[in-house]
Design a binder for this molecule. Structure first.
Ligand SMILES: *Cc1c(COP(=O)(O)O)cnc(C)c1O
Length: 427
């Protein structure tokens, strides 16, 4: 591994001073909020130069999160698929079970260095809320999580986790009482006291500097993976695959490989019940350029520019926007954006569980599903690296209730798992 400081974080020359990635990103917010964002930007830029901060971050990554997370060669799955060798970057093994802890610890550490008392954030299904509540408990910060009343009812276990960790879960009763309303409520609360509090966003989205900051805190994933895969295979992978909701786990792994033009990068969006239905969240694939939550990017929107309702089987992927750097990487042609349906994701969920003993998050299952397809078009001596963003414990009851295995394993009793894989491969 490189020295501890470069291992903890990787900063690049994009975005520009205005927070723009080409035409995307920037900061479309009221003046008072802009002043607050400018303060955060200044503090962040100073802190990433500070060896004490970088050492503390790197220590927490190692001793608390459990980094570096391993890279694992999924041999049985690769063999069954019959194409490229599939490797997994195991972010599912992090403390709290996903990649989100990487940026939450960074953001909470920044809060502490800036002298803030409280971190606040929105949450949809509760994953970001739990990761931030964890980081707040670790660092002795207060934590307010804004969550739609509808989501609070749906996501009881995560609400309990946040409460046990000491966070204050604020029920948002306006509008549709879901994620978008929670974002609005959290930003309003933030503006009431930007001195004592700081907003900690859940992905590479929002106004500058959040897309940059969250990417930088996630970049440790790519830095580690680049070294690990070369140690294991002797070369860079031919392709990297990651699921894209807001886009933080994808930016985390992509960022280390952007200059390696021979490495093909694939972001996988949720096609839900199909791209020709209204029930998907394939923002780059189907959206148009617009503004949401203070930044410009591709957006699933109606004629008036209002964000459309979106859907995915994986609640971590159902966001109508996408991080601005992804929109930029799409327009310059550096990253390919593909999709996987709910059904393909569930098949990959069972496939990885049965072939490797790894139950992936439904979000990550989208990346695995696309990798299974891609592998079949490649040679056996080629390598695909998948960012396995999280573990599937949170999804097991849902999958067993709504997508029982019998639907996915047509002739399991007679022919065993080979038949199931043959079925997957026909698609
Ligand atoms: C939240 C989440 C995602 C989606 O977020 P990104 O910012 O797109 O990475 C993906 N996987 C898991 C496991 C998640 O919890």
């Amino acid at each position: 591994m490189k020295n501890a400081l470069t291992q903890a974080i990787n900063t690049t020359n994009l975005p520009d001073r205005q927070g723009c990635f080409g035409e995307f990103g920037g900061s479309y917010i009221p003046g008072d909020l802009q002043n607050v964002m400018n303060d955060i930007t200044r503090a962040y830029e100073a802190i990433v130069q500070d060896p004490a901060f970088l050492t503390e971050l790197s220590d927490l990554q190692k001793h608390y999160v459990g980094r570096p997370s391993p890279v694992y060669h999924a041999k049985r799955l690769s063999e069954a698929v019959g194409g490229a060798q599939i490797y997994l970057k195991r972010e599912d093994l992090n403390h709290t079970g996903a990649h989100k802890i990487n940026h939450c610890i960074g953001e909470a550490l920044l809060a502490k260095k800036m002298g803030k008392k409280k971190v606040i954030a929105e949450t949809g299904a509760g994953q970001h809320g739990v990761a931030l509540a964890t980081a707040a408990a670790l660092l002795g910060l207060e934590c307010d999580i804004y969550m739609g009343a509808v989501d609070i009812r749906k996501e009881a276990p995560n609400v309990s986790r946040m409460k046990i960790l000491g966070a204050n879960v604020v029920s948002v009763e306006r509008g549709t009482k879901t994620l978008k309303d929670a974002v609005d409520a959290a930003f309003e609360a933030y503006l009431q006291d930007p001195v004592q509090q700081i907003y900690c966003i859940g992905s590479v989205v929002g106004p500058h500097p959040f897309p940059m900051m969250v990417r930088d805190f996630q970049s440790v994933v790519g830095i580690e993976a680049k070294q690990q895969i070369q140690e294991m295979t002797g070369s860079l992978p031919k392709a990297i695959v990651a699921c894209v909701g807001g886009g933080s786990n994808a930016m985390g792994i992509f960022s280390a490989f952007l200059d390696d033009k021979q490495v093909r990068l694939y972001g996988v969006e949720p096609a839900g019940k199909g791209l020709d239905t209204k029930e998907h969240a394939a923002t780059i694939t189907k959206g148009k350029v617009g503004i949401l939550h203070g930044f410009k990017s591709f957006l699933l929107q109606d004629e008036k520019g209002e964000a459309l309702p979106v859907y995915s089987i994986a609640s971590g992927l159902d966001y109508p926007g996408v991080g601005p750097q992804h929109s930029y990487l799409k327009t310059i042609g550096r990253v390919n954006y593909e999709t996987a349906t709910d059904r393909e994701a569930v098949e990959a969920f069972y496939g990885l569980s049965r072939m490797e003993g790894i139950i992936p998050a439904l979000e990550s299952s989208h990346a695995v599903a696309y990798a299974i397809k891609l592998a079949q078009t490649m040679g056996r001596d080629e390598t695909i690296l998948v960012n396995l963003s999280g573990r599937g414990d949170k999804d097991i009851d849902f999958v067993m209730e709504h997508y029982p295995l019998v639907d996915y394993e047509p002739k399991a009793e007679e022919n065993g798992f080979e038949e199931f894989l043959a079925h997957i491969k026909q698609k």
